[in-house]
Structures are given as structure tokens and as C-alpha cells.
Design a protein around this ligand. Structure first.
Ligand code: NAP
Length: 366
């Protein structure tokens, strides 16, 4: 019946809305709890019902979603993990969605319904994009401006793994550090989601890359992604090794997604005119830096907030995304997929991330 109506020229989005309304009415009238879940439009979602560790998360059936003006509903195919997912479920992130909510921000899927005023997307489009939360579910509500057509030939897994990690690292190196060819780039937490993309992009942009991470296995992956030199900061003195590897000059640009005691050690080995890029604090501690250090070294501590850049500079962000996708299609960059898991294994995947067991990206396939 649906295909006949489409052939008669019915708009797919309006048709979906009409059918949804009619089926919901029928379901309410019949009050039959054994109804097929498709009829009453339920979907599966990982839910955070109270702040706590990943083991608190539950998989439940919840009502399907409807878009408001300027929004789209995406049927999620893949959603990548990012460290903020581990914070948001503990109530430790910079914003706290009302409970219950689903975590997950880096999504790829198929547009299921479009809200009023959305013109650049239609039902059936394959897309990738960002959402504030809600990606670990069969459906997610997304601001239409944050969702882009998925390039043909890119898998849903790679699409989900792409935007946040590459977007943040590229914005940091290009827009915030103005990194130049021939400069030395030090990457902390270099085998993580942000770290590995920074190693890869740093090399592509012409830097000499030093990767710092906690195990030889992680450092080996960084070498495969272009690192020229490596530091095992669990076993070696970070400050001294940076000096040794740079003939005493220090690193010109430092990408720091880790924080803790590593930040000050790295800053003490920054070159004159260097830039330390503050990305995040996976070590759990926000470092407090003596301000005489940037004075003595004529260096800068530079904040990076990619989400804010996406919101406030959409055109510049689109240009960055275009460049990154071009590099993907010419095989200059490729996300490293550590593992994929089904929706019910989100808690296990988040635990692995918190235990520092992940290299590159973990992606949930829905
Ligand atoms: N500023 C922004 O715009 C922006 C955007 C996206 C993400 N972020 C932030 O960037 C950071 C990295 O995110 P990500 O998704 O790349 O994380 P990730 O994949 O988990 O990588 C983080 C790395 O941090 C290191 N680490 C050190 N101590 C750790 C600890 N106690 N627990 C976990 N990891 C630890 C690990 O490497 P070793 O084991 O080698 O030390 C790990 O590979 C997060 O703080 C996130 O909030 C910021």
C-alpha cells in the first residue's frame, strides 16, 4: 500500500507522519499490550536512568520519535563512542541532559522523518552527523544543521567514527594552532580517538610527529599512522624525552586530550612560540599551570572547543569537513576501528574505553 501511495505522488515525510498518527490512534483504541511493536512504534534505546557507571545503563523499548521544526529523525545504523559518553552518564560532563536519556553523539544512519523547514535532507537519505546525545538507540532526533549527506562508498561504521575525532583534531591544528610545515607536533594520548587522528593529520600537514602513549602496542599503532618518534610516558620521563627528541628545542605544538600531570611536563618542554592545545582531561584531573611557564617560554596555552566552533562557525566547519572527506576519499586518512559492538553491549564498550583498552575508535552497530 505504501509504495502505491508513493507512486501516486504522496510526499514520503507527510505519509510517514500520517501513518504514524493513524497507527498510534489504533494502538490506543485497542489498548492491546500484545500489539506488534512496529504498530505502536517502539524503538530500542540504551538508557541512562540514574548517573553512575556504564553497568547502570539499561536497554529498553521506548516510544519512537517525531521531529520538530528544523529537526530530523535518523534511523541509526552506527554510533561511535567518544570519551565524553563516559562522562555524561556519570553526570560529570559540561551539560547534563534530563534523565532518562541515551548517550552517544557521533552518528550515521538513514533519515526517517524530516521536520518543518528542513530542505537539504529528505526521507531515505544516508547521513552522518552529530547530536547532543541519544545516538545509542534505533532512532535519534538531530538538529538538521548538524547532519550531512553521507558520501557514497563510505561505510556507516567509518562515517560514525569520522566527524568528532577528525573534526576536533583538524580544527585544533589548523584553526587554533596555525601549525606550519616542519614544526614539531607532540600528541599525548596518541592512540586514542582524538590522539590518533591528530598523529595522522599532523603528518599529512607536514609536521614532525612525536606520539606519546602508555604502552608499546599503542605506540606501534601510532607509528603505523605516521608518528616519526614515540614516547612511552608510563615508563619514560616525558619532559626529558621531548627535549632529547627535539635537540633541546622543545615541541612547537602540543595536542593534549589527557591532562593530569602530563600537561605541565609537556608545557615545560615547549619550544619558544609554542602552542599547547587544551583538548580534554581523560586522566581525570584538570591541571593547574603556574603562569610563569608561558611567560618564560613565550608560549601559549590555547583552548579548543570544537562543538562550539560547529555551532558558531558552520561555514568554516563545513569547509573543514569537506577537506577531511576529500582526504578520506583519496585514502590519505582512514579511521582505525578498534572494535564494533551491538547496541546491548554499549556498557561493555564504555568500560573498555574507561580502562584505557581502546585504540582508535569503537563503534556501536544498531
Ligand atoms: N575540546 C573538544 O572540542 C573535544 C572534542 C572531543 C573530545 N574531547 C575530549 O578529548 C578527550 C579524548 O577523547 P577521546 O574520545 O579521544 O578519548 P579516548 O579515545 O578514550 O582516548 C583518550 C586517551 O587518553 C589516555 N588516558 C590517560 N589517562 C586515562 C584515563 N584515566 N582513562 C582513560 N584514558 C586515559 C589514553 O591513552 P594512554 O593509555 O596511552 O594514556 C586514551 O587513549 C576527552 O577528554 C574528550 O572529552 C574534546
Amino acid at each position: 500500500m505504501i509504495s502505491s501511495l508513493l507512486r501516486l505522488g504522496f510526499n514520503p515525510s507527510q505519509l510517514a507522519k500520517f501513518l504514524k498518527k493513524e497507527f498510534s490512534k489504533q494502538a490506543r483504541r485497542s489498548n492491546n499490550r500484545t500489539l506488534n511493536s512496529e504498530l505502536i512504534f517502539l524503538m530500542k534505546a540504551i538508557l541512562c536512568k540514574s548517573y553512575g557507571p556504564p553497568s547502570n545503563l539499561v536497554l529498553e523499548d521506548i516510544p519512537s520519535l517525531s521531529p520538530k521544526k528544523g529537526e530530523v529523525v535518523v534511523a541509526v545504523k552506527s554510533c561511535a563512542l567518544n570519551f565524553p559518553d563516559t562522562l555524561i552518564i556519570q553526570g560529570l560532563y559540561q551539560f547534563k541532559p534530563p534523565l532518562p536519556f541515551s548517550p552517544g553523539s557521533d552518528i550515521a544512519g538513514v533519515v526517517k522523518e524530516v521536520g518543518e523547514g528542513v530542505t537539504h535532507l529528505k526521507v531515505g537519505d544516508e547521513v552522518l552527523g552529530l547530536v547532543p546525545h541519544g545516538g545509542f538507540a534505533e532512532e535519534v532526533l538531530a538538529p538538521a544543521d548538524w547532519v550531512f549527506p553521507k558520501p557514497e562508498g563510505m561505510s556507516f561504521v567509518n562515517a560514525a567514527a569520522f566527524m568528532m575525532a577528525y573534526g576536533t583534531s583538524y580544527h585544533a591544528l589548523k584553526d587554533r594552532a596555525n601549525m606550519q610545515k616542519g614544526e614539531t607536533l607532540l600528541v599525548l594520548g596518541a592512540s586514542g580517538g582524538i590522539g590518533l587522528t591528530a598523529v595522522e593529520l599532523g603528518k599529512l600537514m607536514g609536521a614532525n610527529v612525536i606520539a606519546a602513549a602508555s604502552t608499546e602496542e599503542k605506540l606501534q599503532l601510532c607509528r603505523e599512522y605516521g608518528a616519526d618518534m614515540t614516547i612511552n610516558y608510563r615508563e619514560e620521563d616525558l619532559k626529558q624525552r621531548i627535549r632529547d627528541l627535539t635537540d633541546g628545542k622543545g615541541a612547537d605544538v602540543i595536542i593534549d586530550p589527557v591532562g593530569g600531570h602530563y600537561t605541565e611536563a609537556a608545557l615545560r618542554s615547549t619550544a619558544r612560540g609554542g602552542r599547547l592545545l587544551v583538548i580534554g582531561f581523560t586522566a581525570g584531573e584538570i591541571p593547574k599551570i603556574p603562569l610563569n611557564l608561558p611567560l618564560l617560554k613565550s608560549c601559549s596555552i590555547v583552548g579548543v572547543f570544537w562543538g562550539d566552533f560547529v555551532r558558531k562557525n558552520p561555514e568554516a566547519n563545513r569547509a573543514n569537513a569537506k577537506q577531511l572527506l576529500q582526504w578520506y576519499f583519496t585514502q590519505k586518512i582512514r579511521p582505525h576501528i578498534h572494535a564494533t559492538y551491538p547496541l546491548e553491549e554499549v556498557p561493555k564498550a564504555l568500560e573498555e574505553m574507561m580502562d584505557r583498552k581502546v585504540r582508535g575508535k569503537v563503534v556501536i552497530e544498531v
